[in-house]
Design a protein around this ligand. Structure first.
Ligand code: SF4
Length: 214
């Protein structure tokens, strides 16, 4: 397994290839960003960005969405997967914001995760992107890359991946590491066909070395 120093080195090498990264979801307020993250489950950020301008214009504040029926939300999001359920979650989440948090997006894991449709990953992303609070959200790319590079154990759960990465990386690198691992997963270490032959991490990646030898 990569130790803490090697894990940080891998993240730094990713940063040399992709120096500027950040969330690709576009939103103008924490409320709209929270909506976008909920919508991004099982779909691409690009698909969410295509529907979000009209959605955000219709539902400017949590109150607007809290007073709507899911059937009023569905036409705005029907091009993305699971839109029936997502419409229900969005309305219930907005109702929670209005009734529990005075219409403001809360700034703690516990409070965020008390809202409908908000799991740990969504809470991590919102804390990091909206408030700059260190968090290391584990999505499919982060999990895959952490395992391929042996930053974590092969059978680690999502929670174990998050905890291990947070232990190995300095706190000020958590948000950056999340961004870099996502862009690495989209462009270099793709799920089905990782580009190991051209990967600057090949020297430290046993998975890549196995793949390039066979
Ligand atoms: Fe991914 Fe291959 Fe690079 Fe390893 S060497 S990080 S498996 S692309």
């Amino acid at each position: 397994m990569l130790d803490a120093k090697e894990t940080l080195q891998a993240i730094q090498i990713m940063g040399k290839t992709y120096p500027t990264t950040g969330s690709s979801l576009v939103a103008d307020t924490p409320f709209h960003f929270l909506m976008a993250v909920i919508l991004s489950a099982q779909t691409t950020d690009k698909a969410v960005n295509q529907i979000s301008p009209a959605l955000f214009a219709r539902f400017k504040q949590p109150e607007d969405l809290a007073n709507a029926k899911p059937s009023e939300v569905e036409p705005y999001i029907q091009t993305i997967g699971l839109y029936h359920n997502k419409a229900k979650y969005l309305v219930a989440c907005a109702q929670g914001l209005v009734t529990q948090f005075d219409g403001q997006v809360p700034k703690t894991h516990k409070e965020l995760m008390s809202l409908a449709g908000v799991g740990r990953k969504t809470a991590d992303v919102v804390l990091a992107e909206c408030f700059g609070i260190p968090a290391l959200a584990v999505d499919t790319h982060v999990g895959r890359i952490a395992k391929r590079l042996a930053m974590v154990k092969e059978d680690a759960t999502v929670n174990q991946i998050e905890q291990t990465l947070m232990k190995k990386l300095p706190k000020e690198m958590w948000i950056t590491a999340h961004h870099r691992m996502i862009i690495w997963g989209r462009n270099q270490c793709l799920a089905r066909a990782p580009k190991c032959q051209t990967c600057p991490l090949l020297f430290m990646c046993q998975e890549g070395q196995k793949r390039t030898q066979s």
